[in-house]
Design a protein around this ligand. Sequence first.
Ligand code: HEC
Ligand code: HEC
Ligand code: HEC
Ligand code: HEC
Length: 95
Amino acid sequence: MKHSTVVFPHWKHQEVLKGNCGECHHSRTADWKQVPYKEGMKIQECKTCHNKNHPNKKLNSVKKAMHTNCKGCHKEMKKAGKKTGPTKCTGCHKK
Ligand code: HEC
Ligand code: HEC
Ligand code: HEC
Ligand code: HEC
């Protein structure tokens, strides 16, 4: 990830999520419907779509997309009592 202050161990996620790339990666149709990840699909940066042109106001920035995705999963897994990643700001935003 380019943002220097956010910690994101990509390889570790690929390992624990057992290659389920679709937990995070997807594509879209021309009318902004989400297309689930399929093997071999071109993977684009989140900002390609999650920018101010995105029609869903809850997802129209990289910050919103990442927070929904990252925190969302960590919170759900935590609730289910599983080992997961941080849910607090400083867990991801190191000074
Ligand atoms: C837990 C979430 C998550 C999982 C699971 C995941 N990725 Fe990623 N991946 C990301 C994030 C976040 C980025 C950075 C995207 C950005 O910079 O906008 C990324 C970036 C990438 C990139 C670089 C894209 C670019 O244009 O810079 C590739 C290629 C990639 N991932 C492939 C994969 C593959 C293949 C898998 C499955 C084996 C996978 N990822 C699983 C979250 C994930
Ligand atoms: C090619 C365009 C595109 C790319 C690239 C993309 N998204 Fe999305 N994303 C969408 C569209 C379209 C939706 C559906 C929005 C809706 O239903 O309102 C969506 C939905 C979402 C959602 C809400 C639904 C869900 O699955 O939980 C999250 C969170 C999300 N994206 C995060 C990400 C992250 C993180 C990345 C980068 C790793 C990423 N997206 C890359 C287009 C894209
Ligand atoms: C689908 C679920 C899921 C998503 C989405 C996800 N994570 Fe995680 N994350 C995990 C799990 C599971 C672990 C625990 C890995 C381990 O230590 O076994 C983890 C661990 C972490 C850790 C701690 C790693 C360590 O070395 O202790 C960080 C930091 C983290 N995630 C950041 C992120 C960020 C940033 C994103 C979004 C770009 C993200 N995660 C998206 C499931 C997820
Ligand atoms: C699970 C990891 C995670 C947690 C927890 C988290 N963030 Fe983030 N945050 C991210 C990621 C990933 C980005 C996108 C960074 C980028 O644009 O490259 C981001 C982006 C941001 C941004 C946009 C500016 C920037 O640094 O790019 C702000 C502001 C922010 N977060 C604040 C917070 C606050 C406040 C909290 C606690 C309430 C929080 N975050 C919790 C992962 C996290």
